[in-house]
Write a protein that binds this ligand. Sequence first.
Ligand code: PMP
Length: 287
Amino acid sequence: MTTVYLNGEFVALEEARVPVMDRGFLFGDGVYEVIPVYGRQPFRLRQHLARLQSSLDGIRLANPHSAVEWENLIGQIIERAEWRDQGVYLQITRGPGPRDHAFPKTVQPTVFILPMPLGSPSSEAIENGVSAMTATDNRWLRCDLKVTSLLPNVLLRQLSIDADCAETVLIRDGQLIEGSASSVFIVLDGILLAPPESNLMLPGITYDVVLELAASEGMRHEIRPIPETELRRAEEVWITSSTREVIAVTRLDGQVVGSGRPGPVFRQMYACYQTFKRTVMRGNTAP
Ligand code: PMP
């Protein structure tokens, strides 16, 4: 049985109910986070809670809990879940109210926390890489907020499902932005390149981990705008996210990327990432 948290109570998932007038349901008026958990230890929790705060600020919704309260609630969900490795999904909506775009006069936010099995990438995907396709980014101009109104991301992601690809890589005005549910890196002339954070992309927690590891490993890297033309001639393309960690894209729009195999820079980063995760789980460093 999966236990979830809903508005002050721990209940069985099957029993959890929200009113149909919840603004999350009516307008997608809410924010969310997905926190990876390894060996029942949340990874980068502080950073996920900081991003949650930015998303809440961005939609003008007061945070219903302090960081300590969040840690406590998330800790309880992790302990009650059947999986040692898991993804903790948490969502806050502006709660129930009349069907009116205007914020309700009194806001009773809906707080929901759901543990999920961690859909880590298969060893096949790590070994051989995955296929991806590109599409024009047609989302709004606040992609830095992690909001539950995900219809554009859903439609963009479905394009790649239909094409048997693992991700849709988004291009806006001739520049690489990110994936429909991931950050994207490329390796060009041996240098790891990351697009700069802006209102057009989500500040990925894994993106930060990858850049920190690149710095600590002395890997050559730059944060700068990446034109689509560079994406197309990259030696390596990677997607990163909390659930997929780091995966190499070995085919893009049906074209082979680099050698067609996960490249040497990817292999180095993948190994670093795994070591870093293990160190954090042993409690040897701040997560
Ligand atoms: N961009 C988008 C649009 C995403 O949905 C995600 C997944 N949350 C990411 C980037 C990667 O973010 P993170 O590394 O924090 O999971």
